[in-house]
Design a protein around this ligand. Structure first.
Ligand SMILES: [Zn+2]
Length: 298
């Protein structure tokens, strides 16, 4: 662990947007008319190494009040690619990002991503708001507060999920597609896609959709006491699910729908009530389990 740069000023923000397929296109979300960019793609030095590039924005909410939002794409590896896209590198960059988000005061985090359907019930262009996840990656490499107890009860914030659900329903009505607010997200390591046998196994284990995102963000968010939820667009059927997926169709969906998916995430951030009603921050205990409790034998 290396010390953070003592001369570096950190941004302050209550909200964060973690981009995936929906904000991978040029101009999103920076080009959204509700967004004012304050600082573009800054990299911060943290005890866990450099953060991914972070853009600091103001988002006009539905009442016309500016909300401070940090935007980054945590699964774009940037300079980490030079050393290989290893699980350890991903874990360290995630720790660096969430260390910075904690320093910035971020309390609510919305992510967006493209996923593959591993059931026959979700089709390309459907929107999914997962309620639970299964992590099949080996990437988790430590905690920001070693020894903390991080409960995964209701891992995705109900307040954020409700905001995403309301905005996704409006989007789905406009685009003649569908939205689902219950699904189990399975995260795999990648970078390759899965075999048909692996997809069948993941489906039997309870997964509904699959991607290489969501973890470790969902549990690092809880560790810093922030709420987290994600909205996902089905880009393709996973291997072995009928009909066979087609790379041209996947690219077309990314081109057509991706920027709009980023818009749904921004809509939810702009519509969130200022006061949280959820219990997310209570699902963690900071510090070791064994403390000097009253009556505990020495
Ligand atoms: Zn919450």
């Amino acid at each position: 662990m290396t010390p953070a740069d003592p001369g570096q000023a950190f941004p302050t923000a209550e909200y964060a947007l973690l981009g995936g397929s929906g904000t991978g296109t040029e101009g999103s979300p920076e080009g959204d008319q509700r967004i004012t960019v304050r600082e573009r793609e800054q990299v911060f030095k943290t005890p866990y190494g450099p953060t991914p590039p972070i853009t600091s924005c103001l988002l006009m909410d539905e009442a016309g009040v500016a909300r401070s939002v940090l935007f980054t794409r945590p699964h774009e590896m940037g300079e980490w690619d030079l050393g290989g896209r290893t699980a350890a590198a991903r874990g360290h960059q995630s720790l660096a990002l969430f260390w910075l988000l904690r320093e910035a005061g971020v309390r609510r985090i919305v992510a967006e991503a493209g996923v593959a359907s591993i059931t026959q019930h979700f089709h390309p262009r459907d929107l999914i708001i997962p309620h639970d996840f299964i992590d099949f990656t080996p990437q988790y490499c430590g905690q920001l507060v070693p020894g903390s107890v991080i409960s995964m009860r209701e891992p995705f914030c109900p307040d954020l999920r409700d905001a995403l659900w309301q905005r996704s329903r409006r989007f789905a009505a406009d685009k003649a597609t569908r939205v689902f607010n219950r699904a189990v997200h399975a995260t795999v390591e990648g970078p390759r896609f899965e075999t048909a046998a692996e997809v069948a196994a993941l489906a039997r284990l309870g997964g509904d959709v699959i991607s290489q995102t969501v973890t470790p963000e969902v549990y690092l968010a809880r560790e810093i006491g922030a709420c987290f939820a994600t909205v996902e667009m089905v880009l393709n059927y996973a291997e072995g699910v009928r009909p066979e997926w087609d790379f041209d169709l996947l690219r077309a969906i990314v081109r057509e729908g991706a920027e709009e998916l980023g818009g749904v995430a921004l809509d939810a951030l702009a519509a969130l009530p200022a006061e949280a009603t959820c219990s997310c921050a209570h699902h963690r205990q900071v510090g070791p389990v064994r403390s000097a409790a009253v009556g505990e034998p020495a």
